[in-house]
Design a protein around this ligand. Structure first.
Ligand SMILES: NC(=O)c1ccc[n+]([C@@H]2O[C@H](COP(=O)([O-])OP(=O)(O)OC[C@H]3O[C@@H](n4cnc5c(N)ncnc54)[C@H](OP(=O)(O)O)[C@@H]3O)[C@@H](O)[C@H]2O)c1
Length: 283
């Protein structure tokens, strides 16, 4: 398949490009310099010239806290940029795979969110990503919307790397224990995307590593798996006020994955182990 990947210099985009190339697809990974998604004409020009079979749209404004004060930029990238790509994609008959987020939910549910549950984003980032989803739903006749959560991988900054670095200079750490979700290893998500885009089983998917934990559980697992001895204390969200509200519970059911016959992503702790091995080997 000929595949365009947006946000190809990002944490997820880099692993997606690497995996697709390894799977012998023709891949065109574009960073902002080659394809600024907020530039409508450029989106049309680039996609019409290449005529890819699929566009994996991974580019986004992802600064969750900054978005609270940069609302216009967040919407320009996440909503308008996604619209530009969806229109261009439809004009060439391509499949469109939009990477979205658990932040489209408010986090007040007591169960895991299903793909067709009502969305109710609380942060500007979540609202702008949901606006992107709506454009995709109305403008692309061949779309996948893949909501993922708590993403980490070898490229870019993320919770796992941050917490391992903090442990080098601290004897103890406090980590929030009242927010629940599912960590997702970029490589596992990329493997799922590669399977998904070869089908025409369109619609909304929830795709994270399976299982649910709190950030505190996740931190403890990171230290256990990497053999780091440090005291980790649980704390509440209120002890760590942030500009953007986080969903308390963003656990997601993977109903669409099962219903459409895909293999679920492995348990989050196995994904974590694989990532820590990759990190170790990269040293
Ligand atoms: N990280 C998470 O925990 C998480 C959770 C759920 C969902 N997601 C979603 O997963 C996707 C990938 O996230 P990620 O963690 O890989 O994010 P990331 O590392 O921040 O990568 C996003 C990329 O988008 C690029 N970008 C921003 N504005 C652009 C524009 N106008 N034109 C073209 N490219 C632009 C950025 O380029 P610059 O570096 O030049 O700004 C960056 O390389 C996003 O859609 C995100 O919303 C992420």
């Amino acid at each position: 398949m000929r595949i365009v990947v947006t946000g190809a210099n990002g944490q997820l985009g880099r692993d997606v490009v690497k995996l697709l190339l390894g799977a012998k697809h023709e891949v065109h990974g574009f960073g902002r310099e080659q394809l600024d998604i907020t530039n409508e004409n450029q989106c049309l020009k680039v996609l019409k010239a290449l005529k890819p079979d699929v566009i994996i749209h991974s580019a986004a404004y992802t600064a969750v806290d900054l978005a609270e004060t940069e609302e216009a930029i967040a919407y320009r990238v996440n909503a308008d940029g996604t619209k530009n790509l969806a229109v261009a994609s439809e004009s060439i008959g391509a499949k469109f795979c939009y990477i979205s987020t658990d932040y489209v939910f408010d986090g007040t549910a007591t169960n895991a969110y299903r793909e067709d549950d009502n969305t109710n984003p609380q942060s500007i980032y979540g609202k702008s990503k949901r606006a992107g989803e709506r454009h995709v739903e109305s403008l692309s006749s061949k779309h996948f919307i893949v909501r993922t959560s708590w993403v980490y991988g070898i490229y870019g900054a993320n919770f796992v790397k941050t917490i391992l670095n903090l442990a080098k200079t601290r004897d103890s750490l406090k980590v929030v224990s009242d927010q629940f979700g599912s960590p997702t290893y970029t490589v596992d998500l990329a493997l799922f995307l590669e399977k998904l885009i070869q089908t025409d089983r369109y619609g909304i998917y929830h795709a994270s590593n399976s299982g649910v934990c709190s950030w505190y559980d996740f931190a403890c697992a990171i230290f256990e798996e990497s053999g780091v001895k440090i005291k980790v204390d649980p704390c509440s969200t209120e002890e760590f006020p942030r500009p953007a509200p986080r969903p308390r519970n963003s656990a997601m059911e993977h109903e669409a994955i099962r219903a459409n016959g895909f293999e679920d992503l492995r348990p989050w702790r196995e994904g974590l182990r694989a990532f820590l091995n990759e990190l170790e080997e990269s040293k």
